[in-house]
Design a protein. Structure first.
Length: 145
């Protein structure tokens, strides 16, 4: 799971994405899709750069808030700050990937984004968060070592 954020002239924007994957090493690149090119998704598609936050199970409420239009976002209580480059940053994310769009492809009502990773900001490690059956779930710790 990921929360993708950008800074716009109207203020910070963000959304929850369950479709983030690695696609290349050189240059480091990822891919994700958004279902509309309006609202937060449209603002992120129009931004010069954005940050893809890879989140853990402790962020399930935050992921839900960024999945629902009109929810409370970017509050200090949620742990947001701004990078020197202006993008919203969640320091408690397991990793934050500062990116720029290389290419977009329209597929039906979705837009697939291929993005170059410009910078990686490491955070604390936790248990991964997944989206299944319209709910967020944490994966169990591996106890077989």
């Amino acid at each position: 799971m990921a929360i993708i954020t950008a800074s716009t002239p109207a203020g910070p924007v963000g959304l929850t994405a369950s479709s983030v994957a690695s696609v290349a090493v050189d240059p480091a690149a990822i891919v994700f899709s958004v279902t509309r090119a309006t609202g937060s998704a449209g603002a992120i598609l129009g931004a010069d750069t954005f940050v893809v936050h890879l989140i853990d199970d402790e962020h399930s409420d935050l992921a839900q808030s960024f999945a629902v239009s009109g929810s409370e976002r970017f509050t200090p209580e949620q742990g947001w700050s701004a990078l020197e480059t202006g993008e919203p940053h969640l320091a408690s994310a397991r990793a934050a990937l500062r990116c720029r769009t290389l290419q977009t492809v329209a597929v039906g009502s979705s837009t697939v984004v291929i993005a170059e990773v410009l910078e990686v900001l490491a955070g604390p490690q936790g248990r991964p968060l997944v989206y299944l059956d319209r709910r967020f779930h944490s994966l169990p710790h591996d106890t077989d070592h």
